[in-house]
Design a protein around this ligand. Sequence first.
Ligand SMILES: Cc1cc2nc3c(=O)[nH]c(=O)nc-3n(C[C@H](O)[C@H](O)[C@H](O)COP(=O)(O)OP(=O)(O)OC[C@H]3O[C@@H](n4cnc5c(N)ncnc54)[C@H](O)[C@@H]3O)c2cc1C
Length: 377
Amino acid sequence: MYFNETHEAFRASVKRFVDREINPNMDEWEEKTVPLHDLFKKMGDLGFLGIRYDRKYGGQGLDYWYETVLLEEIGHIRGMGVPTAIAVQTNMATPAIAAFGSEYLKESYLKPAITGDMVSAIAVTEPDAGSDVFAIQTKAVKKDGYYLLNGSKTFITNGTQADFLTLLARTGGEGYHSFGLFIVPTDLEGFHVNKKLDKVGLRSSDTAELFFEDVKVPEENLIGDDREGFIYQMQQFQHERFATLPGTCAAVQDMIDMTVDYLRQRVVFGKPLITKQVLRHRLAGWVTRNEALKQLTYHIVRKKMEGQDATKEVSMGKLLAGQLISEVATGCLQMFGGMGFMNETLISRYFRDTRILSIGGGADEVMLEIIARIEGF
Ligand SMILES: Cc1cc2nc3c(=O)[nH]c(=O)nc-3n(C[C@H](O)[C@H](O)[C@H](O)COP(=O)(O)OP(=O)(O)OC[C@H]3O[C@@H](n4cnc5c(N)ncnc54)[C@H](O)[C@@H]3O)c2cc1C
């Protein structure tokens, strides 16, 4: 009902790429981290990094349905570190450049991000400010021809490999109108990657702590107005949060499929485990909730296609996705028994990787707060 032949042909090409170029490398990348320049160049050559972006900058000029197809198919990657790294490039660090950036920024940063010649990262979170974005302390002070940047950012995905950061900093002024969103090239003097962080999951992606000491960011690297960065970032978060939904549906389905295969062949008390009604019902409940999440996702796409605001639905989807994917990963691992706790069993990777979804990009409680506010209570 939602996808036509052209969508399905596109889906097949992304699937082929995932099966050939990504999944066979996942075990190695879990150990060594995904080499993003290499991967993004290949994806850029195939047009996968600029689905919705203007053809003028190397994009495909397609719509949200095609973006959904891409996000669904990268959701089938065997582990969530690489889909996260890709989504940073397509849905987290670049939407604000496309929406509010100058021609110069689009030519110099959006275009190479789309072609895969540059790796990007989104730098909002700081050691003392995560959920409360308003509390960030990194400062960009306007000087003659540049902004002087001082501060630090943490938990930055793609942070050790990025060529540029889309970075939120305080610029002075009142209330929410006191932030600028900047494109910060990582070869500027005064920028340091303090360290690559050691994480529970998403081990194939790199996550870094970054420092800025008197970094001179050229004034043309400011996105839009230097008082409106907070507003731009709130809009950019909508693309980020939406990006988690299609991939969650795909990963939940994959976890269920691999668990059903195991339950069919694992004999306990003289019968395959799949014959136990309590397990079959648990699986059926997850399939049901995953279908509901998928339908909410498609409803959001329809709203976006109509140009309607979908903040409430995206927040609901992000909340549901984080809760469902963690429950399914934990529950499926339980059904694998001791084998589920072995690193050689793929479900153990999902168990580690899925936990972040209820925290990153706005924790569950932040989503609930947004929903409550929109509901008016
Ligand atoms: C692997 C990983 C990758 C990340 N990638 C990036 C990135 O690329 N760029 C970037 O900028 N950031 C990134 N982050 C940061 C992420 O977005 C933050 O961790 C997240 O927003 C939560 O912020 P915090 O960690 O400071 O938790 P805190 O803000 O300290 O919150 C702690 C907990 O308190 C609860 N809480 C928060 N607010 C409320 C509330 N209003 N009511 C009730 N409870 C509440 C929540 O349960 C929350 O988990 C990443 C984080 C991780 C772990």
